[in-house]
Write a protein that binds this ligand. Structure first.
Ligand SMILES: *[C@@H]1O[C@H](CO)[C@@H](O)[C@H](O)[C@H]1NC(C)=O
Length: 265
């Protein structure tokens, strides 16, 4: 544990000396994940489970992606992977459509996010399904508590909530409300759902969807990840990549550690 405490302190120091680099950050994030045994293994697991189009739960034929298994593997990736790396894959900043397309495809949208039909389901349905799920409900509540603007002041979101908001957002990936990037020309995100059929509940539906699509707190939290970038990926990862003992301990407590560290920043 002593070595992890040290690395946690080092992380704190390094995060203070952030600067910015160019290049395709999503590629850098993917490479950093490949170089880390645990990140790479967890990613291989979800890629294997999420490959291909969504198929029914009882599918026994070849190929295809059983959504529940894919989503479970995605949740494991974020629950057990080193947050510095998993968040880098999720929040990497893009300056080209090619990069943004790669980012959009990173978490297997064809199976985990979109479908099964061409039209998205109603956001109210999706939200209800989440609220009935013991797994999803607390994650949605955490997202609302950590990422929603303060009531009454649309733009009020204390900067220090950023890390918690990113963690809560990442926690939704692999649930009924799995958000993703909407296209390859913006950094807009949304769950796979719409408000077209919500009738007299349109306002309620849009209020929910806007938590993702028009939320200055979420946007701010996502953008704020990138100035931290070089320390997180370069300074921190390199010295510890090959030590073998320390990193897995940090990772097994990834969520708690991240919360504790980020609360201090
Ligand atoms: C961006 O998205 C559009 C529409 O989905 C697609 O046609 C295009 O090929 C994508 N661009 C890249 C670079 O992948």
């Amino acid at each position: 544990m002593a070595c992890c405490l040290e690395s946690a302190l080092l992380l704190l120091l390094l995060l203070g000396s952030a600067s910015s680099t160019g290049g395709n950050r999503c590629v850098a994030a993917a490479e950093a994940c490949t170089a880390d045994a645990q990140c790479q293994q967890l990613r291989s697991e979800y890629v294997a489970r999420c490959l291909g189009r969504a198929v029914p739960e009882d599918w026994s034929g070849p190929g295809g992606c059983v959504r529940s298994g894919c989503r479970r593997a995605l949740r494991r990736f974020f629950a057990r992977g080193p947050p510095a790396l998993t968040h880098a894959l999720l929040f990497c900043r893009c300056e080209s459509p090619a990069c943004a397309e790669r980012r959009r495809q990173t978490f297997a949208p064809a199976c985990a996010f979109a479908g099964p039909g061409p039209a998205p389901p109603s956001c109210l349905q999706v939200r209800d399904r989440c609220e009935r799920s013991r797994l999803c409900r607390p994650r949605l509540l955490a997202f609302q508590a950590s990422c929603a603007p303060a009531p009454g002041s649309r733009d009020s979101c204390p900067e220090e909530r950023g890390p918690r908001c990113r963690l809560a957002y990442a926690g939704l990936i692999g649930t009924a409300i799995t958000p993703n990037y909407l296209d390859n020309v913006s950094a807009r995100v949304a769950p796979w759902c719409g408000c077209g059929d919500s009738g007299n509940r349109l306002e309620e539906c849009e209020a929910f969807r806007k938590l993702f699509t028009r939320n200055p707190c979420l946007d701010g939290a996502m953008q704020a990840f990138n100035p931290l970038w070089p320390s997180v990926l370069q300074d921190w990862m390199k010295p510890y990549r090959n030590t073998g003992h320390c990193f897995p301990q940090v990772s097994s407590m990834s969520v708690l550690t991240a919360l504790a560290l980020q609360a201090l920043l």
